[in-house]
Design a protein around this ligand. Sequence first.
Ligand SMILES: N[C@@H](CCC(=O)N[C@@H](CS)C(=O)NCC(=O)O)C(=O)O
Length: 338
Amino acid sequence: MTDDTSIQEDQTDVAVRRARGEFVRGLSGFRHAIGDAEFPPEAGRYHLFVALNCPWCHRVTLTRAVLGLQDSITMDVAFPNRTGDDDPAGPNLWEFAPHRVASLTDTRLSDCTEETATGESLRLAKAIYQREGSQEQSLPVLYDKHAGRIVNNESAEIIRMLDAHAAALGSTNAQRPQLWPADAGLRDQIRHLNDRIYTTINNGAYKAGFSSDQGVYAQAFTAYFDTLAWLEDLLSDGRAYLTGDAFSEADLRLFPTLYRHDPVYHLRMKLNGARILDYPHLWRWLCRVYALSGVAGAGSLIHCRQGYFGRTWNGTIPLGPLTPMSYPQAYLHPELAG
Ligand SMILES: N[C@@H](CCC(=O)N[C@@H](CS)C(=O)NCC(=O)O)C(=O)O
């Protein structure tokens, strides 16, 4: 297992840190790869289990979409709110339950599905792990329908293997981006960006929003906005994407957090130092990525709002922001940032 902090959180003194109120994300246990002998790259063989409110899942739904793998990799979507205290299997479990009604819309959510890959129509993601003797329960999960086994549950690695084998996996997008380009210099840039963006933005948002210690929160808050300012400066030279002209893995990994910032994290994670709208270059970058083929359909702010607020805050879900425009419509307007 790697100790690469661009992929996962440092686990040093994890019990002490959690005891003092720090949110520390655990490690993913399934780390096989497409391309291993037992998991050959074949179109139609692999499946993704995701939730659309989860930013780690959003990485893999984005990858599937921008690489043109929607037809060759099937996908199931869990309901955005996990099980409650009254569930016989216990609380906080991802559930495949398309019949459930979202309090935000007072309707079922059309993207939600049953579990369709194992042949057992399992209700809980946890049961997919239990089939292999594991106590894990997180999403996303990359699953091999032929072998009936989990391949990997670490989004950073799933992105990389889908990119490496896109052609053999049946990509229909001949103009697809190379998310992890061969050029050594670009790879170094991407590693550096990934490390800072994972620690202070992707996971940093949770460290701010889910920690119960003021000092930990304040440190995470400051690091988050320091990195936004650093990215704003990086993009101020007119480059289209973080490493230059081409969209890369670094852009793909930054997008899920910034997509959630103004409509969710600003309030839910107490990251109210500023909106992305207040950073003209970052805002235009966000709109530019949102306009890429497949990106808008790979995420859902309804699932995000329902998931992040649906079981907290007295069960009522904030409807804003509405100015200068509601979200995600605002992402169609790069000019809003002045
Ligand atoms: N390192 C994993 C993190 C996945 C993760 O933490 N997913 C969350 C949802 S946002 C989850 O399922 N948490 C439930 C749990 O771990 O019990 C990845 O990037 O894939």
